[in-house]
Design a protein. Structure first.
Length: 89
């Protein structure tokens, strides 16, 4: 489980780095992105390990990357377009 956790943390950092390289203008600070990606991957590894068991290391790492990507996608802001407010609001 320790190696799975270490692998998930490394994969989460790699995923965060890739997101920062490709979407830097649409993401918050780099520190928040790295922390979110790493913690999301660790949570995904824990969740997948609990669901599949100890013998599925590759499946656990796939689950870690999947949950890490989903948590990073929640940080993405829309492009420079602002929402127009109606006069009633």
């Amino acid at each position: 489980m320790i190696w799975e956790s270490f692998g998930a943390a490394v994969l989460g950092l790699a995923l965060s780095w890739a997101a920062l390289r490709s979407l830097a203008d649409r993401l918050p600070s780099g520190r928040a992105v790295c922390l979110t990606g790493t913690l999301g991957a660790l949570f995904g590894a824990y969740l997948t390990h609990a669901a599949l068991g100890a013998d599925h290391i590759v499946g656990t790492l796939i689950g870690a990357v999947s949950v890490g990507a989903v948590t990073l996608s929640l940080l993405i802001r829309p492009r420079g377009r602002r929402l127009a407010r109606s006069a009633a609001a």
